[in-house]
Write a protein that binds this ligand. Sequence first.
Ligand code: KG4
Ligand code: ZN
Length: 361
Amino acid sequence: MAAAVVRDGRFILSSVVSSQDAIHHKYGGIVPELASRRHLETVIPVVEEALNHAKVTLDDIDAIGVTQGPGLVGSILVGLSFAKAVSYVKDIPFVGVNHITAHPMAVFLEAESKSQRVKESERKSKNELAPCPLPLAPAFPFIALVVSGGHTTLFKFKNFGDYEILGQTRDDAAGEAFDKVAKLMGLGYPGGAVIDRLAREGNASAIDFTRPYIAKDTYDFSFSGIKTAALHWIKGQGSGVKGQGENKLAPCPLPLAPVLNDLAASFQEAVVDVLVDKAITACMVHAIDNLVVCGGVACNSRLREKMRIKSKDNGIKLFIPEPSLCSDNGAMIAGFAYQLRKQGVRGSLDMNAMPSMGNGH
Ligand code: KG4
Ligand code: ZN
């Protein structure tokens, strides 16, 4: 559960994220029923904390942004019902947004500094216009790669809320592949960050994983093959690994530990190569020199590094949010809702959750 207060679609006044990782960790993945229950318990305190931290009350809020989809229906319904209730009682318009297309909005956000807050109160007292967009924000059109636990999608954004999907994963999302391979390696859930850490000590050329689709004429992705190759590689390491089927593989025993770093580095490099190649190719083919990379996997240090190198080589301006804005947060939802609200979008009380939401708002 996350909530944030954002001013002018740009300045983050507060951003509160209540992670559920500790709850789902022992199950090796998200348990939907536990997730929605936890959302129910945390929605009020998290929103209250966001308001308190921003030093505002609901009376200062002009619009409420809320995730309409995609995701787990129970969790979405908690947020959506809460947003509708507050909207109705306080007469504040609400906007339902697509979680995936909200991720790139993080690059338009920055934390509000004290001096900006003073300037804002001066601006209001003089009735001046709101500040212009961030000088460091990408220019439209831009290519956006959203890499998260549930999605790997390449977009062309023509404007806020006006985008086209160029490609997406045909099986596992990149984050899902990280998490599954981490589980096979006995590293727990979610495992992306642990693989990232181990990979720093490993040799990325130690194991030659095929880069799926890299040479193919498509912007779609596929990561389940790399995951299976990792499984076979682990099994091939011999007697130490007690496998009971793909998903029940026991944690790697200690004798394997030295090679875990190489496995992490080689697997990570294969995934990163595909992501970098597809994103840069999309920029070149569409003659677009602004690229946004976001979503939880964009926290990955090697992905950030390689994207930076390849973007520079190809004259592309790269925008990657700071890690706290790459992984799920309320500020990106608020930022996107602000832009849609400016275009006149307003949710109605009969809005339903869209767990499989695709290319909409
Ligand atoms: O965007 P996000 O916070 O939530 C979803 O919308 O899914 O992404 C979570 C995903 C998880 O799969 C997690 O393992 C992955 O992001 N992740 C990473 C790293 N940090 C988080 N993957 C690779 N390297 C990281 N450093
Ligand atoms: Zn996400």
